[in-house]
Design a protein around this ligand. Structure first.
Ligand SMILES: Cc1cc2nc3c(=O)[nH]c(=O)nc-3n(C[C@H](O)[C@H](O)[C@H](O)COP(=O)(O)OP(=O)(O)OC[C@H]3O[C@@H](n4cnc5c(N)ncnc54)[C@H](O)[C@@H]3O)c2cc1C
Length: 428
């Protein structure tokens, strides 16, 4: 059993995952008559929508990460533990974690989603995903390292391959990332690497579907394509990648493209966990839940956010895997847990779609709200405002605002460091 978590007469809610969903749920439950144990494999919460700016040396990882202990300072009913949840034993209401076992009265699974490489081991091994702060830093290191290597090769083809960057997946992440890389190519890299010929560098955005930003309006897709074209990104639509060996990308039609950096933003699947009935897991590893986020077939286990799939005739594939769904499900579940204890009727979850945004370099963004759609400069200001407001912590907001303003006026990102962490293995 986990040491130092007191046994009280309060019901214990174990929340696994302190992302958008888990963090919101814990906040909603702080001060309530429950003992809450919040587990996360990291000791911080991170703001994923700005990972691409960490990857392109625009902002520090610390500006988009927030220590969990600071958030819950003074909250007596919340116990934070840095631990990886491994297995659920529903018969005895226990979870197994990297630091021991823990009993629960209610379990909420909010461990989100990871990368989906669709079973391709080689793509999984050599491509660079961007699903965590660590992966975003890894991406920054790889891009910069490849430029260092390009300086030292006499083979022009090898040099071009090292400079080329390919982004796979034309959703908001792929669009934002390729736009940011194009700006690095335009404003930053030629100043840092004057010995390289940047007319030989290409940035590709590869999408299997017929348009970019498939979840947004046609108008936003067209605009995003137009903006990326202006930035010099080569967008390839209706193209699939079959394989990648770290240097060569193989398309489904057997075309080959050379690039030392292939960034994978083409699919996600729910993070795995042992112990639950395989029948409640979808093809993309999400847990099937009812309208109250209760995992099918279990009385006291819930799932929210990216991990949960609340499907029905109106929602064949569940809700979109976006932050607002996780946040709204957490709010609804917090209310329902309180209602459950008071023997009151539970409220079913109803998603309120607040809209979708994506930015494409400076001064350009696309915004689809339920009542209005707009693009361009106004959309860009709107995108910045929404993202600044959504970040946890006043200091982080200020830091990001200062970074953005500095970059806007100087055209210079100052964080082009290749930092290679070295830690004792047992800490990692
Ligand atoms: C690069 C990127 C950009 C995005 N941009 C947007 C955007 O612009 N707008 C938008 O709405 N959505 C965006 N999303 C999607 C959005 O971030 C997710 O939908 C949202 O984070 C889901 O929240 P969640 O709580 O379900 O999971 P997450 O926020 O992913 O949280 C999961 C938490 O669980 C922890 N965890 C994982 N496994 C374990 C384990 N075994 N044990 C313990 N802890 C574990 C993780 O450390 C993490 O803290 C983006 C995602 C990415 C990757």
């Amino acid at each position: 059993m986990l040491a130092n978590i007191p046994v009280t007469d309060q019901k214990r809610i174990v929340i696994a995952g302190a992302g958008f969903g888990g963090l919101r749920l814990a906040r909603q439950l702080s001060g309530k008559n429950f003992q809450v144990v919040l587990l996360d494999k990291n000791n911080y919460h991170s703001f994923q929508p700005l990972f691409y700016q960490v990857a392109t040396a625009g902002i520090e990882p610390s500006a988009i990460s927030f220590p969990l202990r600071k958030i819950f300072q003074g909250q007596k009913n919340i116990h934070v533990r840095m631990a990886r949840i491994k297995k659920v034993n529903p018969e005895i209401n226990e979870v197994e974690t990297s630091i021991g076992t823990l009993r629960y009265d209610f379990l909420v699974l909010a461990i989100g989603a990871g990368n989906n490489f669709f079973g391709n081991a080689s793509i999984s091994k050599y491509s660079l995903p961007m699903k965590s702060v660590g992966e975003s830093l890894g991406l920054r290191n790889t891009i910069l390292n490849n430029f260092e290597k390009a300086l030292n090769t006499a083979d022009p083809e090898e040099q071009t391959a090292l400079m080329n960057i390919v982004v796979v997946g034309g959703g908001p992440t792929g669009v934002e990332l390729s736009g940011a890389i194009a700006e690095m190519k335009r404003y930053v890299l030629p100043k840092d690497y004057p010995e390289l010929d940047f007319s030989r560098m290409s940035i590709y955005l590869i999408e299997g579907g017929k348009r970019l930003l498939g979840g947004m309006s046609e108008r936003s897709s067209e605009k995003a394509l137009h903006y990326l074209g202006k930035l010099g990104v080569k967008v390839l639509l209706n193209r699939y990648i079959k394989d990648y060996d770290g240097s060569n990308l193989l398309f489904a039609d057997d075309d080959v493209l050379r690039s030392g950096t292939m960034i994978w933003a083409a699919g996600i699947k729910g993070n795995t966990l042992e112990g639950l009935d395989a029948k409640v897991t979808t093809r993309t590893n999400r847990l099937m839940v009812d309208r109250f986020n209760k995992v099918n077939g279990y009385g006291n286990i819930f799932a929210i956010g990216d991990l949960a799939c609340m499907s029905g005739p109106d929602l064949p594939n569940g809700h979109p895997q976006v932050a607002q769904v996780a946040i709204q499900q957490a709010r609804c579940l917090a209310g329902n847990l309180v209602r459950l204890e008071m023997n009151k009727k539970l409220k079913p979850f109803k998603y309120r779609d607040l809209g979708t945004l994506a930015t494409v370099g400076r001064n350009r963004a696309v915004v689809d709200l339920s009542f209005i759609r707009f693009q361009g400069l106004a959309a860009w200001f709107f995108w910045m405002f929404i993202h600044l407001m959504a970040i946890v912590g006043v200091k982080n907001r200020l830091l990001i605002f200062i970074n953005w303003a500095y970059y806007y006026f100087t055209y210079d990102q100052s964080l082009r460091l290749i930092i290679k962490p070295k830690m004792r293995e047992e800490i990692l």
